[in-house]
Design a protein around this ligand. Structure first.
Ligand SMILES: NC(=O)c1ccc[n+]([C@@H]2O[C@H](COP(=O)([O-])OP(=O)(O)OC[C@H]3O[C@@H](n4cnc5c(N)ncnc54)[C@H](OP(=O)(O)O)[C@@H]3O)[C@@H](O)[C@H]2O)c1
Length: 332
């Protein structure tokens, strides 16, 4: 007979407010799937913040288990591709949105969504990276594939003290790039320099009003997690034939940009989607993380939490108060 699992259950009330509680849940309530995974760790990303606090218009069926990332060990498998004992992770593919996610001690999953945890990375490290860190790698890969090399000049990282920003800085440093960290938390300058930022600029330098369609050329590339005025001002400073990799919306979904950087400087903007990325480039990004992310820096940017801490962390991350990365031990 199936036992029970421990999960952070989310429920939406008649007033549309979402409440959460840790509950023992019958294992046979797990959704259909070929592979059952004993979850070790999950994490808290910006999107988790949205789902845990309001559902973020991403959750269709309640009650729900959130957590867009998980890593653990295969317990049972009906797929020839995975066997008990395999270390696996899932990020995105609508985990924690359409499917019950990582905030539980077990998950039942589609085999096609599973990524093998790269050699040399533990399940805890995989979740310290999580969707945020994997998205940082996708942004760096986009700039690399564009042809930007360390000698071409500085790379601007917006939302630098957040999860995507922190991991991007550590990777860029390891690859020899000069990362310029733009942050609204200047008190985190030592933290950002410790991760490898070559210099720090205050967020307000990129948010103060200004109508100029082009600014002086400064950056060979941009990793943008914020959008809004910051992105518009960043694009106006990208050097001739440079590029921006854009992944985030911490300042909102629109940006007041103009066409001039594109048609006078020939710059490019790469949209980064981590969620539905096919398996081959996804595995490539995870494999590159194993070699290009310095794990001492990952440790320095990561704090550990338990399942019961997730609701407060969800509120905090939406307010831009979480620094770096959080790894969630779902078994505590
Ligand atoms: N496209 C994708 O597939 C994908 C994947 C992962 C994440 N994302 C998106 O990327 C963004 C970052 O995710 P994350 O997990 O790194 O979140 P996070 O840890 O909360 O980092 C976001 C950072 O943005 C800055 N920020 C927050 N509010 C701001 C505002 N109003 N104006 C300007 N800057 C602001 C803060 O950095 P400072 O304090 O340093 O200024 C904050 O730490 C989110 O929008 C998320 O949805 C997208």
């Amino acid at each position: 007979m199936a036992g029970t699992i421990r999960a952070l259950m989310l429920e939406q009330g008649a007033d549309k407010k979402v409440t959460s509680a840790i509950q023992e849940v019958a294992e046979d309530r797990l959704p259909a799937g070929e592979v059952t995974v004993k979850v070790d760790y999950s994490t808290v990303n910006y999107k988790d913040g949205m789902i845990v606090t309001t559902g973020g218009r991403l959750v269709r069926v309640w009650p729900h288990v959130g957590g867009i990332d998980l890593a653990g060990t295969v317990e049972k498998s009906d797929s020839p591709n995975f066997k008990p004992g395999d270390k696996v992770l899932v990020n995105g593919y609508r985990l924690g949105e359409l499917f019950w996610g990582g905030y539980a001690t077990k998950a039942r999953l589609k085999a096609e969504h599973l990524v093998r945890v790269p050699k040399g990375i533990s399940t805890r490290q995989a979740m310290a990276i999580g969707t945020a860190g994997y998205t940082s790698m996708l942004c760096v890969l986009a700039l690399e594939k564009h042809g930007i090399r360390p000698a071409d000049g500085e790379i601007l990282v917006t939302g630098a003290a957040g999860g995507v920003g922190s991991v991007a800085i550590a990777i860029l440093k390891k690859l020899g790039y000069q990362a310029v960290a733009a942050t609204g938390r200047p008190e985190e300058a030592d933290y950002l320099k410790g991760l490898g930022a070559a210099s720090i600029i205050e967020r307000k330098e990129l948010t103060e009003a200004g109508e100029a369609p082009l600014l002086s050329e400064r950056y060979a590339g941009v990793v943008d997690t914020v959008s809004g005025v910051m992105l518009a001002k960043a694009l106006a400073q990208v050097k001739y034939r440079g590029a921006a990799a854009v992944c985030g919306l911490a300042a909102g979904v629109t940006f007041p940009g103009n066409i001039m950087p594109f048609i006078l400087r020939g710059i490019s903007m790469y949209g980064i989607d981590s969620v539905m990325l096919p398996m081959q480039p996804r595995q490539e990004a995870w494999d590159r993380l194993a070699t290009d992310l310095p794990f001492d820096k990952l440790d320095a940017m990561t704090v550990e939490a338990g399942l019961g801490d997730v609701p407060q962390l969800a509120v905090d991350i939406l307010k831009g108060k979480v620094r770096g990365r959080v790894v969630v031990d779902v078994n505590r």
